[in-house]
Ligand binder design. Sequence first.
Ligand SMILES: *[C@@H]1O[C@H](CO)[C@@H](O)[C@H](O)[C@H]1NC(C)=O
Ligand SMILES: *[C@@H]1O[C@H](CO)[C@@H](O)[C@H](O)[C@H]1NC(C)=O
Ligand SMILES: *[C@@H]1O[C@H](CO)[C@@H](O)[C@H](O)[C@H]1NC(C)=O
Ligand SMILES: *[C@@H]1O[C@H](CO)[C@@H](O)[C@H](O)[C@H]1NC(C)=O
Ligand SMILES: *[C@@H]1O[C@H](CO)[C@@H](O)[C@H](O)[C@H]1NC(C)=O
Length: 486
Amino acid sequence: MVTLKGTLPSLLLGTLLTFTSGALGANPGLVVRITDQGLEYVAQEELLALQKKLHKVTLPNFDGDVRIKHFGSVDYGFHSLNIQSCKLLGSALKLLPNQGLLFSVSDSFIQVTGSWKVRKRILRLNGSFDVKVKGITISVNLLLDSEPSGRPKVAVSSCSSHIHDVEVDISGDLGWLLNLFHNQIESRFRKALKSRICEIIQDSVTSELQPYLQTLPVTTKIDHLAGLDYSLMGAPQATDQTLDVMFKGEIFSRDDRSPVAFLAPVMNLPEEHSRMVYFAISNYAFNTASLVYHKAGFLNFTITDDMIPPDSNIRLNTKSFRAFVPRIARLYPNTNLELQGAVVSAPCLNFSPGNLSTAAQMEIEAFVLLPNSVKEPVFRLGVATNVSAMLTFNTSKITGFLEPEKIQVELKESKVGLFSVELLEALLNYYLLNNFYPKVNDKLAEGFPLPLLKKIQLYDPILQIHKLVESGHAESQIRGNMDTES
Ligand SMILES: *[C@@H]1O[C@H](CO)[C@@H](O)[C@H](O)[C@H]1NC(C)=O
Ligand SMILES: *[C@@H]1O[C@H](CO)[C@@H](O)[C@H](O)[C@H]1NC(C)=O
Ligand SMILES: *[C@@H]1O[C@H](CO)[C@@H](O)[C@H](O)[C@H]1NC(C)=O
Ligand SMILES: *[C@@H]1O[C@H](CO)[C@@H](O)[C@H](O)[C@H]1NC(C)=O
Ligand SMILES: *[C@@H]1O[C@H](CO)[C@@H](O)[C@H](O)[C@H]1NC(C)=O
């Protein structure tokens, strides 16, 4: 197994959003599942990389002596060994359940050319040779694990190679003579190549593949407030058909990271193998994000009169309120009001069959703006709103979009008498639709980056939303095709 470096692998992508009401525990927020198909693709890439690498290998010179009947002992040397061609044909990357991966190469061929020389007292002769190494098989077991840093780790647990046949063809003045000893020479080639193959593989894994896996981000900055934790939650898990890599998938506050008070739900991934790679995400990432932004006051807002469109028949001043809250105009004639709003608690992403939704409970306090920057509270409103959430994604990010439904406003407390909140409802709707949700949607559009290794490109993604009920049956699914990246 060499490395994906230097190539631009493209993997078919499917994304699953999975929510379960099952058990809670130290569960991943994101699972990357690589299927047989994905591994087959990786094996092809690896094979090409290994072939390139073998091509560049330098083989050691070797020498020795042979005793020839009626001739005595002859010293020979082989040098300037050069791999002319290297064709690795069959490769496979198989899952070893509960262990790791088995990378194998079969039916491969290497051709080496070089020079020979022979010395017998003052006699010096030389010539060239050609070696065909046929039927090379390689078998490498790879152990997958995670480092304490949360990065993936790979190591070769065993490597073996076999060479079925070596044919040496020697030309030059004494070539016929050396051809008599081709067995001895061939076995030396066999040995030299055989040990080099596993050395190369071992070296590629430690000096290229492992550093390459380190390019997987463990934490990523989302913005000045939030970061995303991608650390592995354990060793990647190999089953018969899939390799699952479990990531934390938690969004945290960059200023003040504290443990999350809720647990990620169990994800039961559907048995699907048609794509090369699946990213499964539970609502954990969204809910931890909600917590961070809520705590940072991102969901707090202030509405003042200058934000109300000029043609509005209701203004944020006591005069405009006179008709339906007579006392406010009497107590504070010609005074502007300010509404201060906050989302009561961090909204959670919920699942309703086939749809994602969230519900926001807001509390809005109204103040009259008195001279000397004195703000006096006059009434308090409760606002309930159901919001449907949409998720879209491209090949590098998952992005979201909220579409609010009609809001419900209720008067919670008033220092200026009870009044109907209908007129305020229109004003609040206007504000939320034109200011609040666009701001949240801009943030959601920045998206949630997928954990990808350097130089990996995904194409032809499909998004599916799965609701897995307790029994484990898929209840519904949404599919959408995204643009294919050229
Ligand atoms: C053989 O030796 C001669 C003289 O040293 C040299 O010119 C020639 O290139 C050599 N041939 C090979 C095939 O090494
Ligand atoms: C957001 O508003 C709420 C209610 O007014 C307040 O308790 C909270 O401190 C505010 N958060 C920030 C970060 O300003
Ligand atoms: C999901 O929500 C959207 C927006 O509210 C709605 O148009 C659509 O019909 C809903 N889909 C399902 C399956 O309920
Ligand atoms: C939100 O949806 C829930 C469940 O469908 C419903 O009971 C509630 O009245 C809705 N609230 C609003 C403000 O529409
Ligand atoms: C994916 O979407 C994000 C956010 O909309 C954008 O910044 C990024 O360039 C897009 N990437 C691709 C590959 O289209």
